[in-house]
Design a protein around this ligand. Structure first.
Ligand code: CA
Length: 237
């Protein structure tokens, strides 16, 4: 079964370029729609494995499509990569707040796009199997057992810090906006000041000691938990 990708883009040249790039490896089939309302009609009866979603579209824009998809159980977990205009930081923040999994800034390289698509697909949850503990050079986080250690030493986290870490690790290598973290960790939409997230992140980072560097701050965008490749703890930072 090929991986089914839906590209929602009204610029035909870009849409065709994305289709050609993603289909090159032979394991993906790409459909294109060029209007926002057509996108919803195409997705709802038969959700694809991933959606590449432009923002400026005829009829219904990409933000609204993303919001509608996330609101419906059948499409709530379909990965979405948004295409944003260069420099439009507010587009990126809005897209991530609405639940997009990643974004690509136009103009983009097709290699980067293909890599992002594959990275997002790899992160899809594999059914309801309880996940193995997360391990990095310094950190072991067993979210089922509620046990976190750094370099073998147990770390005491508050419930909020624990949920924050879980959220970051589950979405690792992906940017999470403050709004998205608020929604996922605190389960509300605006009554907690987003600045309080920064305070919790700072505490979590400090408790994680050497593993704290895995939490990156992206100014104006949010946070990202990164797998640091080749970290062995004795090299320069
Ligand atoms: Ca467009």
């Amino acid at each position: 079964m090929p991986i089914r990708i839906l590209v929602v883009e009204d610029e035909a040249d870009i849409a065709r370029l994305i289709k050609r790039t993603l289909e090159r490896a032979g394991d993906m089939r790409v459909d294109i729609v060029d209007r926002g309302d057509d996108a919803l009609d195409a997705v709802l009866p038969n959700p694809p494995d991933l959606i590449v979603l432009d923002i400026n579209l005829p009829a219904v824009n990409g933000f609204e499509i993303c919001r509608l998809l996330r609101a419906k159980p059948v499409t709530a977990s379909v990965p979405v990569i948004m295409l944003t205009a260069r420099g439009a930081e507010s587009d990126r923040v809005s897209g991530l707040d609405l639940g997009a999994d990643d974004y690509i800034t136009k103009p983009f390289s097709v290699r980067e796009l293909a890599a992002r698509v594959r990275a997002v697909l790899r992160r899809r949850p594999a059914g309801a199997v309880s996940p193995a503990p997360y391990r990095s050079a310094h950190l072991v986080a067993d979210f089922d057992a509620v046990a976190v250690t750094v370099d073998g030493t147990p770390v005491r986290l508050t419930r909020t810090e624990f949920e924050l870490l879980r959220c970051l690790v589950e979405s690792r290598n992906r940017v999470l906006s403050r709004g998205r973290l608020l929604e996922r960790v605190w389960g509300q939409d605006g009554t907690t000041a987003t600045r309080s997230i920064d305070v919790h992140i700072a505490r979590l980072r400090s408790k994680l000691c050497a593993a704290g560097d895995q939490i990156e701050t992206l100014v104006g965008l949010g946070y990202r938990f990164v797998d640091l490749p080749g970290t062995d703890g004795d090299g320069p930072a």
